[in-house]
Design a protein around this ligand. Structure first.
Ligand SMILES: [Zn+2]
Length: 280
């Protein structure tokens, strides 16, 4: 669990966790070249500063220099920070489901919905490093479907596990899927809207970006592929532009629940070795 008592305790918990992992692996800190740190954004991956995150106390608009702070706690070990979904895309692009692809999109459908875009062999960063936040692509006109970002009608507001659970009034989205499978009308309506939101996002991605692969990860996608990947595939086949539709495949994450952690390790290795230009 992430401590909710401010940056000091988060840095301390990260350092403790890193030392425990080294101990379990029987590796000395002195033998490690670098560490990767995966975090929600917005953040600055070059300076290692988390600008703000909504869900961790003490990080809202705080500009926390987390990489430098953690590096100091780990005896000067270089620490490389990036957004969790960017780390996931680095992992999938390097050794996973998008290996060899120069144009792909990573999407996570989990507690929230997020993503990262690789175009022409480069990570798309945008002017302020928030490019790829696909969960906040607006797909609905209903102002009552509010999103945490302050807008309405975002993909996340319909399709994220947390939003589905809240809309139905239960603790976990898996209950909503189970209710829908059992024929419950309200659960079926909510799941149908989630599918429609993901379908619209998929068609928009294909038409706007022309990727060769869309890699879909996250716990909801992993457990409910028939309600996540399938509606995306059907929508692309039915109504995306024909040429890009024929060029794209929608595939599950190859790295599973650890995708961002694996990606962070690969990102740290490549940045420390000067090979990270494609994603920086
Ligand atoms: Zn939003």
């Amino acid at each position: 669990m992430t401590p909710q008592t401010g940056p000091d305790s988060v840095v301390a918990a990260l350092a403790t966790s890193a030392r425990a992992a080294l101990g379990a692996a029987g590796v000395a800190l002195a033998d490690i070249a670098a560490a990767g740190l995966s975090s929600p954004g917005p953040l600055d991956h070059r300076t290692g500063v988390i600008l703000t995150t909504q869900n961790i106390a003490g990080f809202v608009d705080a500009h926390v220099p987390i990489a430098a702070r953690l590096a100091a706690d780990l005896g000067g070990l270089p620490v490389f920070l990036d957004r969790d979904t960017v780390m996931a895309a680095i992992g999938e692009g390097t050794i996973g489901a998008a290996k060899g692809a120069r144009d792909f999109v990573y999407i996570t459908v989990s507690t929230g919905v997020g993503g990262a875009i690789v175009s022409g062999g480069r990570m798309v960063r945008g002017a302020t490093n928030t490019a790829g936040e696909l969960g906040h692509f607006p797909v609905g006109f209903d102002r009552d479907v509010r999103c945490r970002c302050g807008s309405y009608g975002c993909v996340e507001a319909y399709a994220a596990g947390r939003n589905l659970a809240e809309a139905y009034g239960v603790a976990d989205a898996s209950i909503v899927y189970a209710k829908a499978a059992a024929g419950d009308a309200r659960a079926t309506l909510l799941i149908g809207r989630a599918e429609a939101a993901l379908a619209n996002l998929a068609v928009g991605i294909v038409n706007a970006l022309n990727p060769e692969r869309i890699v879909v990860g996250g716990s909801v996608a992993e457990h409910e592929p028939a309600h996540v990947l399938e509606p995306m595939r059907r929508a692309i086949a039915e109504r995306a532009f024909k040429v890009p539709a024929a060029a794209v495949s929608v595939v599950p994450s190859a790295l599973g629940a650890d995708v961002s952690i694996v990606g962070a390790a690969l990102a740290a290795r490549d940045r420390a070795g000067g090979k990270g230009q494609w994603f920086l």
